[in-house]
Every structure is written in structure tokens, then in C-alpha cells.
Design a binder for this molecule. Structure first.
Ligand code: HSE
Length: 291
């Protein structure tokens, strides 16, 4: 039996659209055993009702990719899930399924693929590397795709608390990407370049006051505001209480980076969502170096 534990991730970190992501101490666990025949699932936690529990399942589809490449043919599989990451909230639940499936299948078939090969495959399946890279590697990961290969650098996680405010509705990444424009203004691109540079420098040098200036974004958040009622107010009003606040991945979860007053920040975000008729809850999570 193979056991794999994959962390939640928060992608973009504000200005680093499709480029930056960070892993968080909240996990989905996966146990895979070879059985005589068929495909069985058992789900504890999130997803027992919403997930495909058949050959269309994303974990199984990801496992199949590895088995095809390494020419391994299990007779049957039993997949047991313990999901602590809510689905379709911008916390990388699809990335955990892809990474979990790839890593489990690779272990089951004799560890033939390298970590970089698994990362390339995960990125190909997900379409962008910013969730799958920190899900696989842990830490904060900066990544891009060059000639079909992911080029990346992992940084140690910052000594910050992340207040994660999770609304009680799902928003698919596909829908949230459809709201984005096909072209952006030159000045908006420059805005994001400068902010991403400041953010990465702030993280590397642990000069966290730079984050205060660096989490703003003009490439995706403004276009996603109508999908996340209350987002605009949260970005404006919570900023003063923390180092920075941003939508997590494609939303609807919102994350605040802080060194203190986490309860106050969390309660304020929940309150603003509730003024917009959205129920939400908050968690205070630490970033993790473990993928
Ligand atoms: N970079 C992706 C997006 C992350 O914002 O669409 C999805 O979680």
C-alpha cells in the first residue's frame, strides 16, 4: 500500500499570476493499494458527493498517465482519500489530486520518473504550474514553462501566518479564467512585474514590510471581483490590519499574510462576506516546506 500526503496551495500570491505559489499546512491524503480487479474508491472528508468516483476521477487519470509512460499494468486499484481541502475554492484541490495520483502511481510502479518529470506531467495536466509545483515540492515556488519544461526555483517558506477565508460556494478555475481579458494594458503589465519583483525580494530577504506594497495586482483580481462578492471591500479594508491580502488562486478564497491579529483579520473577512450574503469561515495556517 502506498500513502501520499499533498498540501493545499495558494497560487498567484497577488501579482504572480500563473507563476507563484505557496504550500500550506492543510492536506489531502491518499492511500492506494493494488487489488485483484476493478477500481474502488473510499472518500473521507470533502468530495464524497461531488467527485467522480470512477475512471474519470482526476487522481486515477493522473495515475494512468504514469502507468502508460512506465508500462506498468496493475490489475485493479483501491484508492482511499482523506480530503481536508475544500473543493473548487482556490486552495489547489485539483493540484493535490494530480500530484497525489502521479506520485502514488510512480511509487507503485518502482519510482521510475524523476521529480522534474512528475512536475512536467502535473503541469501539462493542470495547464499552469503555480499550484502543482508547491504541491509537489513544498515551499514557495516561482515557475515558468520553457519549451514544454517547467523551470522553477523553490524558496523557503516565510515565517508568516496565512489567514485563509473560505466562502461556502465553489468557483471553478475554468470559469474564473474565462473572466480574464485576452489583452492587458502595458502599464498594468509593468505594475505586476514590479510588484512580483518586490514580493520575491521581500520573501527572500525576509523583509516582510515589502509585502505590504507588493501583493496588489492588475492582471486578474480586478476581473474576478464580480465572481467573489465582497472581494473589493476585503482588499481595501483588511489591508490595514495585515501585511497584504489577495484572492487565493482563482478564488473564491481570500488569503491575508500577517504577523499578528489573525483572529481580528479572519473575523473581519467573514463579516464582509456576510454583508454580501456569503457564508464563510476562516482558518489560520502556516506555510510548509514539505511537498
Ligand atoms: N494561476 C491560476 C489562476 C491559479 O489564477 O487561474 C488557479 O488556482
Amino acid at each position: 500500500m502506498i500513502k501520499v500526503k499533498v498540501p493545499a496551495t495558494t497560487a498567484n500570491l497577488g501579482p504572480g499570476f500563473d507563476t507563484l505559489g505557496m504550500s500550506l499546512e492543510l492536506y489531502n491524503e491518499l492511500e492506494v493499494s493494488e487489488v485483484e480487479s476493478g477500481l474502488e474508491f473510499e472518500v473521507v472528508g470533502y468530495g464524497s458527493e461531488e467527485l467522480d468516483l470512477d475512471e474519470n476521477n482526476l487522481i486515477y487519470q493522473s495515475m494512468k498517465r504514469v502507468f502508460e509512460i512506465v508500462d506498468y499494468h496493475p490489475q485493479g486499484l483501491k484508492i482511499k482519500l482523506n480530503n481536508q481541502i475544500p473543493l473548487a475554492r482556490g486552495l489547489g484541490s485539483s493540484a493535490t489530486a494530480i500530484v497525489g495520483g502521479l506520485v502514488a502511481a510512480n511509487k507503485l510502479s518502482g519510482d521510475k520518473l524523476s521529480r522534474d518529470e512528475l512536475l512536467n506531467l502535473a503541469t501539462e495536466i493542470e495547464g499552469h504550474p503555480d499550484n502543482v509545483a508547491p504541491a509537489l515540492l513544498g515551499g514557495v515556488v516561482i515557475s515558468t514553462i520553457k519549451d514544454g519544461q517547467v523551470v522553477y526555483k523553490k524558496l523557503s517558506v516565510p515565517k508568516l501566518n496565512i489567514v485563509v477565508c473560505i466562502p461556502d460556494y465553489q468557483l471553478s478555475t475554468v470559469e474564473a479564467r474565462e473572466s480574464l481579458p485576452t489583452e492587458v494594458k502595458f502599464e498594468d503589465a509593468i505594475f505586476n512585474l514590479s510588484h512580483t519583483g518586490l514580493l520575491i525580494t521581500g520573501l527572500i530577504t525576509e523583509d516582510y514590510k515589502l509585502i505590504k506594497y507588493a501583493l496588489d495586482d492588475k492582471l486578474h483580481q480586478p476581473y474576478r471581483q464580480e465572481l467573489v462578492p465582497g472581494l473589493e471591500t476585503i482588499l481595501e479594508e483588511v489591508k490595514e490590519d495585515c501585511l497584504g491580502v489577495t484572492i487565493s488562486g482563482s478564488g473564491p478564497t481570500v488569503v491575508a499574510f500577517s504577523l499578528e491579529k489573525e483572529e481580528k483579520i479572519g473575523e473581519k473577512m467573514v463579516d464582509i462576506f456576510s454583508q454580501n450574503n456569503i457564508k464563510a469561515k476562516y482558518l489560520v495556517l502556516n506555510p510548509t516546506d514539505q511537498g
